[in-house]
Design a protein around this ligand. Sequence first.
Ligand SMILES: N[C@@H](CCC(=O)N[C@@H](CS)C(=O)NCC(=O)O)C(=O)O
Length: 211
Amino acid sequence: MKLIGMLDSPFVRRVAIAMKRYGLPFEHLDWSVGRDFARIRQYSPLGRVPTLVLDDGEVLTESAAILDYLDQQVGETRSLLPARGAERRRALQLIALTIGAAEKGREQIYESAFRPPEKRHEPWIERCRSQMHGALAELHRACAARGDGVWLVGAQMSHADITAAVITTFLTESPAVALDQAAYPALRSLTARCEALPEFRETHVPWFAPA
Ligand SMILES: N[C@@H](CCC(=O)N[C@@H](CS)C(=O)NCC(=O)O)C(=O)O
């Protein structure tokens, strides 16, 4: 399989971490959505990453859809998403909240990466910032309610924890957002615990401006 997209994207990174944890080998195509836009569009007409090219040439996009495929490949007992019921619902809700925060962070980044200064619209950036913080505050409360040293859902690390950690790191390291983790100590603690694990360390790369 080929995984397209740079690892400073938390959407790409959460897929790469899951593939490593599952022991699924892949070739990483470290293509930028700015510089390599045309190349990415040969696989994904939308021009988004992550894009996963399967061995038979089938192309999957959108991290949730890719992870759904990978989870099914490894089966219920190894899947990083609870199979059913309240735990699955809770994990999916937390992931949706976290992905939403990242997308609102991404909008702030793209405003400065892709728009000339005279075309930037501060009220829009402020709206995104406030939505991002609304979602992060909720995620922080979920971490705090579980307590230190406990995963977000169930007894094992899940996609909810992976997503929360990579997105917190992404929002902290991207200069246009520069999230202060001190505002969310329980989220900071979960992120630090995840980032110390081998799959997280192996996929942690320096921030790269997208334009
Ligand atoms: N919801 C999507 C978000 C993916 C996403 O926003 N990827 C960014 C890179 S961080 C991208 O491809 N941006 C290029 C664009 O949308 O033009 C997912 O989870 O895969």
